[in-house]
Write a protein that binds this ligand. Structure first.
Ligand SMILES: Nc1ncnc2c1ncn2[C@@H]1O[C@H](COP(=O)(O)OP(=O)(O)O)[C@@H](O)[C@H]1O
Ligand SMILES: [Mg+2]
Length: 239
């Protein structure tokens, strides 16, 4: 990898990735979610992952984020200037990568603790060493961009609508300039206006050189941000 020029250096390089699930409730039957997957994403690129429901799109993103352990193959992600294989990395390295390198918007809303919205969105900036004042200003800017009214900022998102919670998730993942972004159907529960606001954020992230791997529920949003697409085929029962 070091022989490549900086411009073509991938941020994500996946080689021969396999992921199989064993269903213990069904006599140990196995589902092959990903088979021999190869994929690279460089800075400024957004690779859109397509495929039917159950094709393995979320599993792929979760493997890259280290939520799911790869069953085989390598998942190289550039972290602080070196390529790290997430498939083999120590849990503490993966946590470190999540702090500074990888941002993730999950398809299903994570349980969000009882922390005010503004604090949740400021947190990644404070972790990265920004001052409270700067963090507050940037968090406010992205929340405003995502049309979250200021009266909600002091409230915990637990009582928010699905679309509002999803926008808090997006704000948290995109407020800090993570070099790698993993986006799993970030626009699924949003109306047209907010989908457009998210598309703008993704295009801005591409412009600043982020490497993005995304799954999009709506074709239009995917087409608007994609520099390349990959199609996954539906899983098969392996045994
Ligand atoms: N934690 C899990 N345990 C067992 N099977 C899983 C798990 N996660 C995903 N799967 C299975 O793997 C396949 C791919 O799922 P997923 O990656 O969520 O697909 P997609 O996001 O493309 O709809 C599906 O058959 C799904 O049921
Ligand atoms: Mg999915």
């Amino acid at each position: 990898m070091s022989a490549m020029t900086e411009q073509t250096d991938p941020m994500i390089a996946i080689q021969g990735l396999h992921k199989t699930f064993t269903l213990h409730t069904q006599n140990g039957a196995t589902i092959s979610a990903l088979q021999s997957l190869d994929l690279t994403v460089s800075g400024g690129e957004c690779v859109v992952v397509r495929g039917a429901s159950g094709a393995g799109k979320s599993s792929l993103l979760r493997c890259v984020y280290g939520n799911y352990r790869a069953g085989g193959g390598a998942i190289w992600v550039r972290h602080q200037g070196a390529m790290v294989d997430v498939a083999k990395a120590e849990p503490r390295t993966i946590l470190d990568m999540r702090r500074t390198t990888m941002g993730f918007v999950s398809q299903f809303l994570r349980v969000i603790p009882r922390i005010p919205t503004l604090d949740l969105v400021m947190e990644p900036l404070l972790t990265a060493g920004r001052s409270a004042e700067e963090a507050r200003e940037q968090a406010g800017t992205i929340l405003t961009h995502l049309n979250l009214p200021q009266r909600l900022w002091s409230l915990a998102p637990a009582t928010f609508s699905g679309g509002e919670q999803q926008r808090v998730n997006i704000a948290r993942a995109m407020v800090w300039d993570y070099p790698v972004l993993l986006l799993d159907e970030p626009t699924a529960s949003l109306d047209r206006e907010n989908r457009a606001a998210v598309v703008e954020l993704i295009l801005a992230a591409r412009s600043r050189g982020a490497a993005i791997l995304g799954v999009f529920h709506d074709r239009e949003a995917g087409d608007a941000v994609a520099t390349d697409t990959i199609e996954l085929r539906a899983n098969r029962l392996a045994a």
